[in-house]
Structures are given as C-alpha cells and as structure tokens.
Design a protein around this ligand. Structure first.
Ligand code: MRU
Length: 361
C-alpha cells in the first residue's frame, strides 16, 4: 500500500480524488490517528475495499463517498474495452464494494447511484462512462459537504450557550467528506459563539471517540473531555450533560437508528436523566425500504478487536467473544433527527417521509 506522510500540523481532507479518470483516491488512514496523519493512495478497487473493511476510511457518509470513487478506480482496467464490458465491470465493482461493510446504508446508496448513472448514460465509449462516473462521485462528495453544513446550521439552533453535550463514536469531518454530522452541530454552535463543553465517549472497542472525536474537537479549539463509555451515566447524574448528539449509519422508515455499538445504551441513559437525545444524519443515511430497525443488518467484527485491541492481549486465549459493531436505538428514544432538510420532530414515519420528500421532489 502506497502512503504519503503529511506535516503533523496540517491534515489533508478525509478523502480526495487526485487527477482525471486515470487518477486515484487519496484518503487519510484513520487507523493511525491521532498519532500520525498519513494518506494512502488507492489505485485499485481491492485497496479501496480493504480501506473500508479495516476502517482506514469509516463513518457512514465517508464510506459512501469512498465507494463512489472506488467505482472510478475499479473501472480503470476496463477503459480499453467496449461499452458492454465496461458496464459489466461497473456491475462487478459495485457488487464487490457492497461486500465491504453491511450496516451503513450510504455505501449501498452511493453504489446504486453510480450503477444507475453508468447504465442510464447511453454512452458511445468506455471513456465517456468513466468521465461521467467521476463527475458523479465528485457530485456525491460535494453534496455531502453541503449536507453536513446544513445539518450543522439546523442542529446548532437546538443548543444553548454554556451547555454540556455528549457524543458517541466519531461523526465528525473524518466520518464525512468534511465537517461531520453530530460534530457539525457542535462546530456550528461554536461558530455562532456558543460555548459548549463536549464529553466524548471513548467508544470501545476501536476507540473512535478517543482517537478521532477528541482529536477533531481539540483541533478546532472546542472544549472537550474524554470519558470511558462506562462513565456516561455518572456524568449525566452529576448534571454535566444537557443534550446528546450522535450520528447514524442507517435510519429505518419509522426512525429507528443504527449507530455505533453503545449508542442505544447512551439513549437509554439520556431518557433516564430526561436529557434530549438527537441524531444528526444526511438524507443518504435513511433507508425507507426498511419498516423498522429490526431489519437493519448489524455488522459482526473480528473478536480480536476486543481481545487484542491495538496489538496487546487483554483477555485470556480462547475466550468466547461477541462483537456487534452497531446497535439500534428505537425511535421513541430520539427527540429529533437533524438532517440537511431540517429538524425531524416528532420522529415517526409520517414526519420523516414528509420532510425528506419535501426536499427531494
Ligand atoms: O465503525 P465506524 O467507525 O464506521 O462507525 C461510525 C459510526 O457509527 C458513526 O457514528 C456513523 O457512521 C455516523 S458518521 C457521520
């Protein structure tokens, strides 16, 4: 894998395309953060698949954007062939990338969009398909940037100066093309002059909260305190938290929301302490084909993430392990969903459908 070191004080964007149709996808290897900010160059689709699978690029919207560019990378080997073989390659690459991770619907949303664009084009050459697909991937990236800014603006209205807020996992600029979803709400409130104090759950087992969220907030000069996941109840009981904002990987039609494992527990704690629990996510994270969260596929990950986190044995050899990467928070625990279309409240199917369709007519 080809890597590029960057200056420690300036980190490049989460991901970016370099060059024309024969270019490559560059992305920050998030498994190295916060110790090192290093980009990897993805010049074949297998490298993109591996980067998604092993969480070098992660977070639902960023996975979608990476997959869209992954289609462009994967198509490069078919550019000298005829249109039929080029379209067959698009299907093959989309099917392959769809096997990288199962829960974040943004992956499938982006792949479906790329596949449709290629097949609707009526192209006269493979080059034309490649050019159009690169434009579509760039559009997906640009839309994600715009949606995140809008989420930040809508969400900031819900927070007041001086509040303590809690978040779980990482739903920041690293999880999107830029700026984030849950963290966008904090960034926008901060830009509005509101002083917030953010509690970041470390987020076992892969520590996205400690490694990524704490780092992002610190970089932006936002007051942040890192806590272990098991401390959230006590922090709430002490009255330090007035709102919880998290991201999402897939939102069913009724508002049930899959997000990083531990989110459901945080939602229950918030309810027990009468603290509003908000989900921030773009429309690309909604899966209206699923009636409820019961149908959301939950990724099961390698037991070694729990027994050998970060290279050291932390459990006895041969121990049985259960490692679901996500859980589902029922809609009844969610005060509102903040999306680029506005604030969805109450969280129910009718309000979700109305809000999303109003914007996507
Ligand atoms: O396993 P990860 O790190 O990809 O999980 C990420 C999350 O659960 C995020 O909260 C979610 O994708 C929202 S990102 C804006």
């Amino acid at each position: 894998m080809e890597t590029t070191a960057t200056k420690s004080d300036v980190c490049p964007p989460t991901l970016r395309w370099q060059g024309g149709v024969d270019g490559c996808l560059l992305l920050i290897d998030q498994t190295l953060l916060p110790a090192e900010c290093r980009e990897i160059a993805c010049r074949d689709v297998e490298t993109v698949w591996e980067a998604i699978k092993s969480l070098r690029v992660r977070g639902a919207p960023a996975i979608g954007v990476a997959a869209a560019y992954g289609v462009c990378v994967g198509l490069q080997s078919a550019l000298s062939g005829d249109i039929a073989s080029c379209l067959a390659r698009v299907t093959q690459v989309c099917d392959y990338l769809a096997t990288s991770r199962p829960t974040a619907v943004n992956l499938f949303w982006a792949l479906k969009r790329m596949h449709r664009v290629a097949n609707d084009l009526n192209a006269r050459s493979a080059q034309e398909i490649a050019q159009r697909l690169l434009e579509e991937a760039q559009a997906i990236e640009a839309e994600d940037r715009r949606m995140c800014r809008a989420i930040g603006r809508h969400g900031a209205e819900l927070l007041r100066d001086g509040q303590g807020v809690l978040t779980h996992c990482n739903a920041g600029g690293l999880a999107t093309a830029d700026y984030g979803t849950a963290l966008a709400v904090f960034f926008a409130a901060h830009e509005d002059g509101k002083q917030l104090h953010v509690y970041a759950d470390e987020t076992r087992p892969l520590l996205q909260g400690a490694r990524l969220t704490a780092w992002e907030l610190q970089q932006r000069g936002i007051d942040v305190t890192l806590i272990c996941d098991s401390m959230a109840a006590q922090v709430m009981r002490e009255g330090r938290v007035q709102a919880v904002v998290v991201g999402a990987d897939r939102i069913a039609a009724n508002g049930d929301t899959a997000n990083k494992i531990g989110t459901y527990g945080v939602a229950l704690l918030a309810a027990a302490h009468d603290i509003p629990f908000y989900v921030a996510a773009p429309s690309s994270t909604f899966d209206l084909s699923l009636a409820s969260g019961d149908a959301i596929p939950i990724e099961q990950r390698d037991p070694r993430e729990i027994t050998h986190g970060f290279g050291r044995a932390t459990a006895p050899e041969g121990i049985g392990v259960y490692n679901p990467a996500f859980d589902v928070t029922p809609a009844r625990l969610i005060r509102a969903i903040i999306c680029e279309c506005g604030v969805i409240q109450p969280v129910d199917e009718a309000t979700i459908r109305r809000t999303l369709h109003l914007t996507h007519r």
